[in-house]
Design a binder for this molecule. Sequence first.
Ligand code: RIB
Ligand code: CA
Length: 349
Amino acid sequence: MEEKRKIIMDVDTGSDDAIALVMAMLDEQFDLLGICSVNGNIEVKLTTDNSLRVVECCDKQDAVKVYKGCDYPMVSTLMPWTPQSTGIRSEGSANTPMPNPRREGTRAGDKEVHPEHLPLPEPKIREAKDSAVVWLINTLLEAEDGEITLIPVGPLTNIAVAMRADPRIIPKIKEIVIMGGGHLVNNSSPASEFNVWVDPEAMEVLLHSGCKITMVPLDATHAAYITVEESKRIREIGTKPAILVADLIEQRTIGYAQNDAEMKALKGAPIHDALAVCAVLHPEVLKNVLHCNCHVDISRGYAYGQTIVDRRERVHPEPLNCYFALDADRELFYNWMIDVLEKDKERRK
Ligand code: RIB
Ligand code: CA
């Protein structure tokens, strides 16, 4: 058997993060070294708790630990005039419970897309004692060069802080496959995608790191939406993880139907984060991938948090620092999910 791909998940568990965690834990081609939680969809206490619930749902509590990460972005909430500090955001609708009491009212679809608690029992297990940043640094420093792939699917705070704290970790990273960013598709503002929007400076630190970076932006994740009809086949697999995935797809579809006309018509929802996990093993799932120069607007203007992709044809004045996918193969993605969940069912017999 081919050597397993060593990965670390960095999540703001939320509903699509939960699906991504299921796939990362159940695809046997992965060696999941650990899960780092971060503030994002909901506050880090809750993203940690939800991640623990998913680990137990997959019966992996003896195999993988959850490390609690940063509960504030690097700087975006320090300026009282930025929307990040008032807790307004949207993967589609919800408010980010930023550690700031001045949150606006919730909007339609909020509770379905990212409930504070996933529809799973309260966890019996607790997070590990090390903080996510400390564990990330120690784990990467002990690794060989280019040995570990990072899969961040929430704000990039933990990884950026770890890079700033100890740059020696950078050569240890094989690749960073990020669910984040948007080119023609955005959500938290007309110009930005939620994970980058929460902590724009953190994303920019990664884009300056020199690591191999693959961005799985909203342009790709919306192309790889999954429908309620398709979730029925997932539910029929009948295992706890499969039922959870089906529940979350249905929940997200209800949420998206309340504020996204296109997804309402499709009777489906994007499950952004799981596509990033798929892309690590099956990069062919990403289509129309630009090798480009990309930077984040951190000037705190109207486009604060925008991922700016340089598509000028002439010779690039700046280094090509990331692979940015503008499309995805929906069928390959769905079939991969079915395959992983069915193999898990076989192993449980
Ligand atoms: O914009 C989509 C991203 O924001 C996903 O990672 C979702 O979980 C939310 O964090
Ligand atoms: Ca996420």
